[in-house]
Design a protein around this ligand. Structure first.
Ligand SMILES: O=C(O)CCC(=O)C(=O)O
Length: 365
């Protein structure tokens, strides 16, 4: 029997405050999305009009052979043009990727009371949070997504506090991905003509967060979004998506990707990981690398999971365009700030495209 919500407040209480999430809503048997999930027309995602981004994935194992330089060029070009690319032979075992997706399903399949122990304010650890949408209190229309967020501090804390249903898989996925992230960052920074100390590289990816996103089937995919338009705030994001599809990236007018301005779908490729540039790397590079605006479509067919790892700077890290790049450009397009301030601004607003970058922007990039 479908629950009926007489007003937006009881819906908000059920989905957000009581921790039933969108999954709880769907499990109650609803046939039509509640008004609170209906996006304004300009935010809805037209599946039929979007093309698929057909660039082949970059084979990272070739970095260790005679084609090293060509692979570097492919990585740099992708980071400059679209800000998104896919990689294979990335060092994360393919069987592990499968177990991570299974683990995400296992966590979200639990009864709401089991997940609600990780709601903000009651979670046994400040580093584990279960929730729904992005900033529900600030959003006019909610996102059709539940999530679990696990911040990494050390192995002992992860194994003690992260949920049993997924902690081993999430931790292994994080550890095996980190090596690749470090290497990609060194390549991208090296291409700017800058050699960073190892300690600085570590600080730029010093905070790591594994999220598990769960998108239940939606009765009206044409009216909703799984995640609204946004860029990621950090340095580099690694994303594992399942085979359902629905991740769209914005192609900018000025980019030279061989695709016309608009949105392209990043198609699921078995065994591949998606990499995307975050705001921090756009700022460090003084605008050379592009933090890509992206969003997620919902589907009526099946539940989708995706598992991003966000690598972000330490809270106290000073972030601004790298001095060597500014010297060459003759102008800094972004001001310097402490990363914690950027984070607080990012999490204090609903998703709104690349507006997050306005916090640091001082001139045309
Ligand atoms: O689910 C996806 O494919 C992307 C998720 C995402 O953009 C996010 O979690 O910020």
């Amino acid at each position: 029997m479908a629950l009926s919500f007489n007003d937006g407040n009881s819906l908000f209480e059920f989905v957000v405050q009581d921790g039933n999430g969108v999954k709880g809503l769907v499990d109650s048997g609803l046939a039509k999305v509640p008004d609170r999930y209906i996006q304004p027309p300009q935010e809805r995602i037209e599946k039929l009009n979007a093309s698929s981004h057909e660039q082949p994935p970059i084979d990272l194992s070739l970095l260790d052979g005679p084609n090293h330089d060509q692979v570097v060029v492919a990585i740099v070009k992708a980071a400059q043009i679209l800000g998104f690319f896919q990689v294979v032979n990335h060092g994360v075992p393919v069987e592990l990727l499968e177990s991570v997706k299974d683990a995400a399903h296992r966590f979200f399949a639990q009864r709401p009371e089991k997940k609600a122990i990780y709601l903000k304010g009651v979670s046994p650890s400040p580093f584990v949070k279960y929730g729904t949408s992005f900033v529900p209190e600030k959003e006019k229309a909610l996102e059709w997504k539940d999530y679990l967020s696990m911040v990494y501090t050390n192995d002992v804390d992860a194994l003690e506090y992260w949920p049993n249903q997924c902690k081993n898989e999430a931790l292994e996925y994080l550890k095996t991905s980190t090596k690749m992230v470090r290497r990609l960052l060194e390549i991208l920074v090296g291409n700017l003509g800058v050699k960073l100390e190892d300690s600085r590289v570590e600080s730029l990816i010093g905070q790591k967060m594994v999220n598990m996103n769960f998108y239940p089937p939606c009765p009206n995919p044409e009216l909703t979004v799984g995640v609204g338009r946004h860029s990621d705030m950090g340095t580099l994001t690694v994303l594992l998506q399942d085979g359902i599809g629905g991740l769209y990236v914005k192609v900018e007018e000025s980019s030279d990707v061989g695709e016309k301005e608009g949105w392209v779908e990043i198609p699921p490729i078995p065994g591949a990981l998606v990499i995307n540039v975050g705001d921090t790397l756009q700022i460090l590079s003084n605008g050379r690398y592009r933090s890509a605006e992206h969003r997620v479509r919902t589907t009526s067919m099946q539940s989708r999971v995706s598992i991003p790892i966000f690598t972000i700077p330490q809270r106290t890290e000073k972030i601004g365009p790298l001095p060597e790049v500014v010297e060459r450009d003759g102008v800094a397009h972004y001001r310097e700030f402490m990363f914690e301030d950027y984070m607080n601004n990012f999490f204090g607003q609903a998703h709104d495209g690349k507006k997050s970058l306005d916090f640091a922007y001082i001139g045309s990039a």
